[in-house]
Design a protein around this ligand. Structure first.
Ligand SMILES: [Zn+2]
Length: 306
C-alpha cells in the first residue's frame, strides 16, 4: 500500500530508469477521480495491457463512448515511444479478482483469477502497449524494453519487487492481454531492479509467448464438462485455447473466455482435430500434444509445455 506518485515524481522516476518520456497535453490533471467520486490510491501494483489495435494513443486519452478516458496512465507506442496519458484514477483495470489484488499487495504468487468484483482502477497503475495482441503482431525489442523499464521505475519508486507486476489477463477472467508471458516479463523487471536505475539490461529479442501446460489442459477438458456449469480447472490455458479456436472459426466468441473447458469447447476442439486429419478417438476433443502445438503455432497465441 502506498500513496500514488505525484506527476513530478512519476516523471522523475521514469526518466531516472532510462526512459524518454513524452507528455500528452493535459495529462497531469486527466483522471476519473471527480467523475467517479473515488480517489486514486493507495496503490498496490502495476498492470500491463496490450491495446488490441494500432494508432490508439488518442483513444487511450479520450476513451470510448462506453468507457471514458483516460484508459491508462501511460501509452507505449510501437515506435512512438512512451506517452503520459493520465494521472490519478484511470479506466484501465475495470473489475478484478480480489484474491489477485491481495496477492499483489502482499507480493505473493498470483492465484488464478476466477472473479471480477473488486475495483482495480483505484489501486493499479496501467500501461497500454500498442499491439494487436493476436500473437502475430511482434513487439519490437525497443518497445518491450520500455515496458520493462516503465514497470521497474514504478516498482523502484515504491520499493516494490517484480511481484507487484501483473498482466490484465492475470486479474480479470476472460482477458488475454498482454499477449506475452508475464513470468518472463516479471523476470526482466527483476533483472532491471537488481541492475539499478539508468542501467538498462539486455533483454531477449522478443518477449516469450504464454505457455499452455498440456497435462493441466487435458485435466480441464476431462473435468469441466461433467462438473457444475462454469467449473474452472485451468483458467489461463483454457482461455488461450479458446481464443485460438475462436480465431480459427471453430468456436463462437460468446462461449470463450470464462475459463471453463466446457462441452462446447470440447466439440470445437474436436473440429480442429478433424481438420488436422484425426478421426475417431483421436478427434474426441481432448487436446493432444501435436494438435495443441499446431493450434498455438497457427494462431501464434501460445507455446505448449508437456
Ligand atoms: Zn487490458
Amino acid at each position: 500500500m502506498a500513496t500514488p506518485l505525484s506527476a513530478a515524481k512519476m516523471l522523475a522516476a521514469l526518466k531516472a530508469e532510462g526512459l524518454t518520456v513524452h507528455e500528452h497535453a493535459g495529462w497531469k490533471t486527466h483522471n476519473r477521480d471527480d467523475e467517479s467520486g473515488k480517489s486514486f490510491g493507495p496503490v498496490i501494483g502495476v498492470l500491463i495491457h496490450h491495446t488490441g489495435g494500432h494508432n490508439d494513443k488518442e483513444l487511450c486519452y479520450q476513451g470510448r463512448s462506453d468507457l471514458p478516458g483516460p484508459l491508462c496512465h501511460a501509452w507505449l507506442g510501437r515506435t512512438a515511444g512512451l506517452w503520459m496519458i493520465g494521472n490519478g484514477r484511470t479506466n484501465h483495470a475495470g473489475y478484478a479478482d480480489i484474491d489477485v489484488l491481495n496477492a499483489l499487495r502482499e507480493e505473493k504468487p498470483l492465484p488464478h483469477d476466477d472473479s471480477a468484483k473488486a475495483d482495480g482502477n483505484d489501486c493499479l497503475y496501467g500501461l497500454e502497449i500498442e499491439n494487436l495482441g493476436n500473437g502475430k503482431d511482434a513487439y519490437p525489442k525497443a518497445q518491450y524494453r520500455q515496458a520493462v523499464l516503465w514497470a521497474a521505475a514504478i516498482c523502484r519508486a515504491h520499493g516494490w519487487s517484480e511481484r507487484s507486476v501483473a498482466g490484465h489477463k492475470e486479474c480479470q477472467p476472460g482477458k488475454i492481454d498482454p499477449s506475452f508471458d508475464m513470468d518472463d516479463f516479471r523476470a526482466d523487471v527483476k533483472k532491471q531492479l537488481a541492475a539499478g536505475a539508468g542501467k538498462p539490461q539486455p533483454t531477449k529479442p522478443a518477449p516469450g509467448k504464454p505457455r499452455v501446460d498440456l497435462s493441466r489442459l487435458v485435466t480441464a477438458a476431462r473435468t469441466d464438462p461433467g462438473a457444475k456449469q462454469g467449473h474452472i480447472s485451468y483458467m489461463a490455458g483454457t482461455n488461450l485455447t479458446e481464443a485460438a479456436l475462436v480465431e480459427l472459426g471453430y468456436l463462437s466468441k460468446s462461449y470463450a473466455g470464462d475459463g471453463s473447458f466446457g462441452s462446447t469447447t470440447v466439440a470445437a476442439y474436436a473440429k480442429w482435430q478433424k481438420h488436422l486429419g484425426y478421426t475417431g478417438a483421436d478427434a474426441n476433443g481432448i487436446p493432444g500434444k501435436i494438435s495443441l502445438s499446431r493450434l498455438g503455432e497457427k494462431t501464434g497465441l501460445f507455446t505448449v509445455v508437456a
